[in-house]
Design a protein around this ligand. Sequence first.
Ligand code: FES
Length: 155
Amino acid sequence: MGKRGAKKKDISNILSGFRDDEGNLIPILQKIQKKLGFISEDSVRQTARYLRISENQIFGVASFYSQFRFNEPGRNSIKVCLGTACHVQGGQILSEAVERDLGILPGQTTEDMRYDYEQVACLGCCALAPVIQINDDIYSRMTVIRLKETMDKYE
Ligand code: FES
């Protein structure tokens, strides 16, 4: 890893901005996620050491908050809507197609970092169901065939 990469991942300046009090866990995690884009294993280790709590305690607390992610984001993010309107229009079939195509489950990132993948509750355009989102682009009335073509456009 180059020097710049190491610097980007270094969270010691975040930790040193807080007292080593367990009550600061959530604000610390928020700052880490803001800096790294996710909560890395290494940052959990460092935070546990700093606050003198176990890594499992950190995962336990953080998993209550859907704002935290533990996987590194991919270059592209695909979200499949499984809200009621999308679900009845085949959202589940789309999400299975994504899982087959990428070989990952919701909350994971492909090994080549091309895609991360989430299921979401509603993307706010139910009249256009079923809907998926890739990065900032919304695709409506999606079909399995169009899904594959659409995903292939993102490198
Ligand atoms: S349920 Fe999918 S956009 Fe609302």
